[in-house]
Design a protein around this ligand. Sequence first.
Ligand code: NDP
Ligand code: 2IT
Length: 456
Amino acid sequence: MNNSHEVNEVVNYVNTFMAALETKNPGEHEFHQAVREVLESIAPYLMESPHLMKAKIMERMVEPERVIMFRVPWVDDKGEVQVNRGFRVQMNSAIGPYKGGIRFHASVNLSIMKFLAFEQTFKNALTTLPMGGAKGGSDFNPRGKSDAEVMRFCQSFMTELQRHIGQDTDVPAGDIGVGGREIGFLFGQYKRIRDEWTGTLTGKSLYWGGSLMRPEATGYGACYFAEAMLATRGLSFKDQTVCISGSGNVAQYAAQKAMRLGAKVVTLSDSDGFIYDPEGLTEEKLNYVFRLKNIFRGRIREYAEQYPSAQYFPHERPWRIPCQIAMPCATQNEIDATDAQHLLDNGCLCVCEGANMPTTPEAIVLFQKAQILYSPGKASNAGGVATSGLEMTQNSIRQSWTAEEVDNHLRRIMADIHAACIKYGTEEDGYINYVRGANIAGFIKVANAMLEQGIC
Ligand code: NDP
Ligand code: 2IT
């Protein structure tokens, strides 16, 4: 952008586009937020590409190819009928079959599904693997439900979803509230109805077609990405203090890898509060967290009861605790401007997103103004879906790779994503704008595929 006239044109274009999008999709705030972030990055590129403007590529990208919404009736342990709403947003299949997780959380609605499916399209393009973008889920709240209730819910959910998915059509996986247990129930019902054994879901158990390293992949991948970011400033995880939010799949393995790379991890959280352990996690403490969360489905507060070195802070997020590296691994919009200012005031130099869109737009501005290392989830959490892609490959060739083989692929993919961010995101003063880099790199791949496939 050379002059203020051009800057104004870009701002006008973004605002006009967003006004139309908001009118057409009222109330979908998370979806608006995700689209605006991408649009602000790619608008200058787009406006210099008349062929993309003429083909209305962006207008097409924000319109899901298909949205499926369905009733999910099930019977709870008391014999009462419950009704939830199921979703699958099939956003874009230009570069491969739809691919993306399933979220079970009380907050799930169409806006959240569309924002996640939109983000997924760019993320999947960044992985270098042939996967389109999708997301699904339900407003079912797994908290406090028995295994039998979760199974009946999953069976009802899949009874409808199965007609819309398949190994070459759409391949779901886990996300918030959907882990190994749920994928098992979903897969069992899919196989029963479709009478086929295919890799139509990823995140499967190792007993039946899952990939080694898939559970670890998102958290480990985020740490590999953070390592690459830190290396641009001659830094590493060694002896750094790390604050992590969440205590689920992504948080657990981000913590494990950060620790193994020499960092001190001092926080974990859930939706009720966070724990601060100034002495840092150890392998033994982390094993306790694995058991607490994955087997007993307990709350993070119990960590502070188990380890007196730790303190529990109810109804708070961890971002006021001093750290050099912050890894939000819980949910969207969990770092706001106040949190961001706390992190900056306390000397944080790297924010690496494990969750999807955990940082609000105002907080992103603060990080970028301060020129700290900041990566958007679509770049730094792409290791999870990338390893899902590797699971699909193994299922197709009916082979299982070793953990080392999968980890090597994962490391290469994260390094390639980092290189793409540098290529498209380096600013004139040398600052790497990872948001711009990730958005432009993902956009170019999907846009070119769409162009070559005609108006569809
Ligand atoms: P899990 O369900 O395993 O864990 C989610 C964690 O986040 C839990 O500790 C949960 O606490 C907490 N959490 C959920 N919602 C909220 C909320 N509204 N406020 C505060 N805390 C909350 O999910 P994952 O670890 O798989 O997912 C975490 C994030 O990572 C999500 O943004 C997801 O989209 C993203 N992601 C996941 C990938 C994967 O492979 N699993 C891949 C890429 C991104 P509680 O128990 O109280 O609900
Ligand atoms: O947000 C994500 O990338 C995921 N939840 C993982 C999706 C997948 O298909 O593995």
